[in-house]
Design a protein around this ligand. Sequence first.
Ligand code: ADP
Ligand code: MG
Length: 726
Amino acid sequence: MSRVIPRFDTLAAAKFDSSPSSEKRHRTNLEEVFGENVFGLHEMKSRLPSAQYEALLSTIQNRTELDGSVADAVASAMKEWALEKGATHYTHWFQPLTGSTAEKHDSFLKPTGDGRAITEFRGKELVQGEPDASSFPSGGLRATFEARGYTAWDPTSPAFIMEGPGGAYLCIPTAFASWAGDALDKKTPLLRSMDAIDVQARRALKLFGSPPKPVTPTCGAEQEFFLVDEEFYYRRPDLQTAGRTLFGTKPPKGQELDDHYFGSIPDRILECMNEVEVDLYRLGVPITTRHNEVAPGQYEMAPIYEDANQAADHQQLVMSTLRRVARKYGLVCLMHEKPFQGVNGSGKHLNWSMGTEDQNLLEPGDTPHDNMQFLFFCSATLKAVAAHQDLLRAAVAHAGNDHRLGANEAPPAIISAFCGDQLQDVFEQIEKAGEATSSKPSGLLGLGVKVLPNLPKHAGDRNRTSPFAFTGNKWEFRALGSSQSVSFPAMVLNTIVAEAIDDLCTKLEAELEKGTSFDDALRGLLASEIHEFKHVIFNGDNYSDEWVTEAEGRGLLNLRSTMDALPKIVDEKNLELFEKYGVLSHRELESRYEIFVEQYFIAINIEGETAQYMAETMFMPASVRYLSDLLTAAERADDLGMKADGVMATAKRVNDLIDQLNEKVGILAEQNQELGGDDVVSKAEHMRTNIIPAMNEVRDVVDRLERVVPDDLWPVPAYRDMLFVK
Ligand code: ADP
Ligand code: MG
């Protein structure tokens, strides 16, 4: 009988040396390559009549409606460009609530009836599409019989060309809505939230006497991921179906030595990343940094920030490009939050700020005026975080992230904000100045604050444990999972900050109305607002047990798991919030809640069934084979009159583990059979309370078996191979 010996995979994997892109790599001219597959402003300007270009530009910059007549001109220019690039098809590229992207290709070809054909692309095809939408999740927003969904062109995110082995096609970023006009995607609410923050921030700028220019939230997302050899990947049903290993013992060498972090990147990986980057440059995605991460086999990539909408689109391209290019190098890119137990998982840091075309509103400035403004917007963010910890937590809640949050490697499930000692000190001084009502304002700020030159322009201190940290001129929301779309969390941030700015402006305006001077009104406001958010500031170690206790004392939420966090989405206050700012209607928000719960259910359900399948068809048989070998040896020994104590002791141990495995798999199988109720919430609860613990118990026995069953009998590659062969 022939056996598959996983060690052979290791040899095959280690030998990988083809380099598909070495030619291309030497020819990369960054300036030429960047954006060459993007139909951006530069391209539009050179191809459109100037009046139409100006109309389009105004739509993009002021986020106003597009003049219908312009669409035809844009479509025709876009088609010409796409054909020159070798495209044969176009697609409306959208982001359904699955969290990834969707596309349906249409050819540019139009038969002329005489056996020939021309290419055609009209304004109405650019502006609106109608994909059959019945299989995308809608959370009850659309019955299957009314499957119609519409895609609508988003002119603020440029179209681009995707190149595949079989040809190229034009992708047009679009929003996706139901026949009744409900948003069925992640882009629409994000765009609406950008409008909300724009309106409120402009109002604030006006009060400050600053030019009320359009304000855009900006995002830069750092992406962590693992690369493993595909020889291993395809031998692991768990990696294939669940994206993470459901079994596996920690290797003798883990990440303890920290020799991987920021170490030099291995050749094959570097070559792969290079190709990923060049592909992304061509798509206009401004990737700038790459390095090894903490765990062996783990890496990170980050772009230069962009407006939230483009950043979200580009983040999707980063993920899909990584996945696609990795395969060319015999690698598989794992985006799951916790592919390997016992080594660090992967997150995504969402760097977030807001600004006009020439000013980052979260950048401490050089003048007192700028700094008052900075403190205003900074306070607004903190106020928003304090008021909506629940939403921020829920925005990062999903099955994969439950392995990270609160697991001493990632931020805890408690949402707090780190602002560094200097900024904290400024806030404390403002608070004191506000309390001493008769005291004369002094110092540069007119706020009783003397520390102006020390405002944390380049915060020296870092706190890697905080879920939400001020890092000099932006906030870094660190609790996102690596696999997740940034759209929903960014949308939440935009909306809650819009609300906080709204509230601050209203109070400020009321004071001014009474005849209070602007400086006095602002000073009073900032001093009193501190009480709204003081409790959410925490600069200490977020991993410590003391923090959990202290946070509880401060009244902060500690929503440990996905199913604790998700229901908060539809709390009354949140329904009202999103409705008030026109970001999500009640129906739209409720549908998202339902879809998130369903996704949790589906993810764990797949894991539960995969775990059962692997235990029954792989680990149990492997263990029984070993037991059989041992018993055969013992029998022969007996025939020869030899005492085989060691063999018998091992056989007993293995037999005992097999019994335990049998019992635990039986329990898991029984739980897998259970449907857990009719509605998705009770199904999801069944996953949380019954399936996960049953799976963990099976894993525990299997991992113990892995340590006794011979290497050549073990049916899947081990952690030590997957993590260290590069
Ligand atoms: P660090 O994590 O060490 O602060 P960087 O300063 O390079 O590293 O920033 C990390 C990410 O934050 C990058 O993607 C960067 O583009 C992004 N970033 C920088 N400034 C802003 C900003 N104003 N708004 C949003 N993201 C920003
Ligand atoms: Mg960072």
